[in-house]
Design a protein around this ligand. Sequence first.
Ligand code: SF4
Length: 215
Amino acid sequence: MRTERERPYVYVTWLTKLLVGENSCEWAAWFKAHYKDYDQFPTGFDRAGWRLAHTTLSSRLQDELEKRGQTVFTEDQNKFTLRGKVAVFAGKPDLIALYGTGGAIFDAKTGKPQPSHIIQVITYMYAVPRALPQYKDCAFDGKVVYADHVVDIPSSAVDNVFIDNLGRLIRRVGASSPARRVPSHLECGFCPITNADCTARAQAGLIAVAETDDF
Ligand code: SF4
């Protein structure tokens, strides 16, 4: 049975695909921002397998950074909560490493590279110095770490355009009026919200196939 949250709560990973257009249904994030403890649709995602692969990659990364003399903070040490006027914004970067005069935020990814992975790290680079007092004056670089390569993100990626886009999306999913609902076969197939809460899921069950003589 779903419970309405006292205050809209927005988690970083609910927004990253929306920010780069990999997903379009803002209503899913709006619903999660306003409700908790709702029944979830089984998506077939292998959470245990993902967790194992992710932990292995993160641990390897942590070892490498510490061997280089860097100070490393992981997962729960990096949890942040940023309170805005319309919503609480929260997240948890995999790794924060401090070295010399600077630092970097790392996120380990086990799947195929996607633009939303980069946006996720830029979002951490924006939020961590604002939410965690110990990093108040840090301009972090970012790194998305895959099994076979690393994508570097300069601190300049947190610019006014990014902050404006992120802020507008948080305001839309944190608003009291529902955000845009965009059912599609692919997106609904990976969405945990059940038909009981989202009646639009059923409409997306079929992909229309038509025939033509044009080619
Ligand atoms: S089931 Fe589909 S339409 Fe409903 S919230 Fe999820 S993605 Fe959006």
